[in-house]
Design a protein around this ligand. Structure first.
Ligand SMILES: Nc1nc2c(c(=O)[nH]1)N[C@H]1C(S)=C(S)[C@@H](COP(=O)(O)O)O[C@H]1N2
Ligand SMILES: [Mo]
Length: 386
C-alpha cells in the first residue's frame, strides 16, 4: 500500500471548522493585541533615554501593565494550541487546480500559506521565549528583550495580515450558529463545538488564576504557576540574592560609602550620614518584568536631594552603579522624570527596618511606576549627568 499524505477534506470533524477557529482565533487575537501593547510599554520603560517622559504616576501602572502582559501571554498558550488543532487539516491543503488565472491563484495561495508559517513561528517563539524568561530560564544565547521586541512586530504584522485576509470568513463564521448536540459533534458521544469552546475557556481561566496571584496578593496561594511564592525578607520576594550577585562582602563592608559624582565634584556619604539627611517614606511596588509584583513601604533620601548636593538640577539624568561586580542590571539610568519625582528614593529602610541584604543593603533605588529590573540594589555610586 502506498503511503499518501492525507488531504484536507479527509478531516471531517465539525470541530475543525471555521465556526470554532474564528471564535478561538478572536480570543487569541485579543490576547496578542493586549500582550503587544503592554509589551511596548515595558520595552519603552526599559529604554535608556525617553524622548517622551515615561509617566511616574500612577505608581502601580507598570505593575498592572506588566502583570497583564505576562497573564495574557500565558493565557495565549492554551488558545494557540486549540487554534492550531482546529486548523491543522489546512496543512494538507492541496494547491489550487489548474484553470483560468492559475498562476495568480497559485501565487496568492503561496503568499497566504507563507504568512501563516511566519505567524505561527513568531507566535510560538514569543510565547516560548516569554514564558522561559518569566521562569528565569535562559536556554537561549540571544539577548531577550531586543529579540522578543523584534519578533513582537513580526507577529503583530503577520496577525494583522491574517485577520485582514480571513475577515470575510470570520464574519461568516460568527454569523453561523455553533449548532447543538450531534449536529456539531460529528456523532453521538463525540465532543461538540460547544464543549471544545467551553473547555478551552476553562483552560484559559485556570492559567489566569494560577498565574495572576503573583501580582494580586489575595490570589497568591492559588498561584501555583507564579514565578515567585511571594516569600522573602520584609514580606517582599527577592529576585536576585546578594550571594547570587556576589556582593555580600562589598555590601556589608564597614568602609562602604555612597559616592555622588557630578563632573569633578564628588560627595561621599556613609550610611550614618545618609540616615542623618531628610528622610521620606513612600509606599511603592517592586514590579518585575517577569510579572510578579509586591508593594513595600520604603524610607530613605530623595534622589533629587542628593543630586542638588553636587549642584545638579532636579531634572538631571542620573547613572546608578551597583556594587555588584558583573551582570546586566548593575548599571541603570534614572531618567529626568524619575529624578525630579519627589517619590524617587535612595531607600535605606523597608517596612521600618534597615533594608535586608537581599533587598539591596546598604541602599537601593526605588522609584514610582518603574520596572523592577531598574530598581537597582546595593548602590555604590550615583553619577549626575550635567
Ligand atoms: N544590582 C542589582 N539590582 C537589581 C537586580 C540585580 O540583579 N542586581 N535585580 C532587579 C530585579 S530584576 C528586580 S525584579 C528587583 C527585585 O528587588 P527585590 O529582590 O528587592 O524584590 O531588583 C532589581 N535590582
Ligand atoms: Mo525583575
Amino acid at each position: 500500500m502506498a503511503l499518501r499524505a492525507p488531504s484536507e477534506d479527509q478531516f471531517v470533524s465539525p470541530l475543525h471548522s471555521p465556526a470554532v477557529a474564528a471564535r478561538v482565533g478572536s480570543w487569541l487575537g485579543a490576547c496578542f493585541a493586549v500582550c503587544f501593547l503592554t509589551g511596548l510599554v515595558s520595552h519603552y520603560a526599559q529604554e535608556v533615554a525617553h524622548p517622551v517622559p515615561f509617566p511616574t504616576s500612577p505608581v502601580w501602572g507598570y505593575r498592572v501593565t506588566q502583570g497583564v502582559h505576562v497573564v495574557t501571554g500565558a493565557a495565549a498558550v492554551p488558545l494557540l494550541l486549540v487554534k492550531l488543532w482546529t486548523v491543522y487539516p489546512r496543512f494538507w491543503q492541496r494547491p489550487p487546480r489548474r484553470g483560468p488565472r492559475w498562476g495568480r491563484r497559485l501565487a496568492l495561495t503561496a503568499v497566504e500559506r507563507l504568512s501563516i508559517a511566519v505567524l505561527v513561528g513568531a507566535a510560538v517563539f514569543q510565547l516560548a521565549s516569554g514564558l522561559a524568561n518569566s521562569a528565569q530560564w535562559y536556554p537561549f544565547d540571544f539577548s531577550f528583550r531586543p529579540t522578543h521586541y523584534a519578533i513582537a512586530w513580526v507577529s503583530i504584522g503577520a496577525l494583522v495580515l491574517h485577520v485582514a485576509v480571513k475577515l470575510p470568513l470570520v464574519r461568516e463564521a460568527f454569523a453561523t450558529p455553533l449548532g447543538r448536540g450531534e449536529e456539531s459533534s460529528g456523532g453521538p458521544g463525540r465532543p461538540s463545538r460547544r464543549m471544545l469552546l467551553s473547555s478551552t475557556g476553562v483552560a484559559v481561566a485556570v492559567v489566569v488564576v494560577t498565574t495572576v496571584g503573583q501580582a494580586v496578593p489575595a490570589l497568591r496561594r492559588v498561584s501555583v504557576f507564579a514565578t515567585t511564592d511571594g516569600d522573602g525578607p520584609q514580606d517582599l520576594p527577592v529576585n536576585q540574592t546578594a550571594r547570587e550577585a556576589e556582593v555580600v562582602a562589598l555590601a556589608t563592608s564597614p568602609s562602604w560609602s555612597l559616592e555622588v559624582v557630578r563632573g569633578d565634584r564628588t560627595v561621599r556619604l556613609t550610611r550614618e550620614q545618609l540616615a542623618a539627611l531628610e528622610q521620606h517614606t513612600e509606599e511603592l511596588p517592586i514590579a518585575c518584568v517577569e510579572g510578579w509584583s509586591a508593594s513595600g513601604r520604603w524610607t530613605g533620601v530623595r534622589v533629587r536631594d542628593l543630586v542638588s548636593m553636587v549642584g545638579g538640577e532636579p531634572d538631571a539624568t542620573v547613572v546608578v552603579r551597583s556594587l555588584q561586580p558583573s551582570g546586566p542590571f548593575r548599571t541603570t539610568v534614572l531618567q529626568p522624570e524619575f529624578v525630579s519625582d519627589s517619590r524617587t528614593l535612595l531607600a535605606l529602610e523597608l517596612e521600618g527596618e534597615p533594608l535586608a541584604l537581599d533587598h539591596g543593603f546598604p541602599c537601593r533605588v526605588i522609584a514610582p511606576n518603574r520596572p523592577g529590573v531598574l530598581q537597582t540594589k546595593w548602590v555604590g555610586r550615583l553619577e549626575v549627568q550635567t
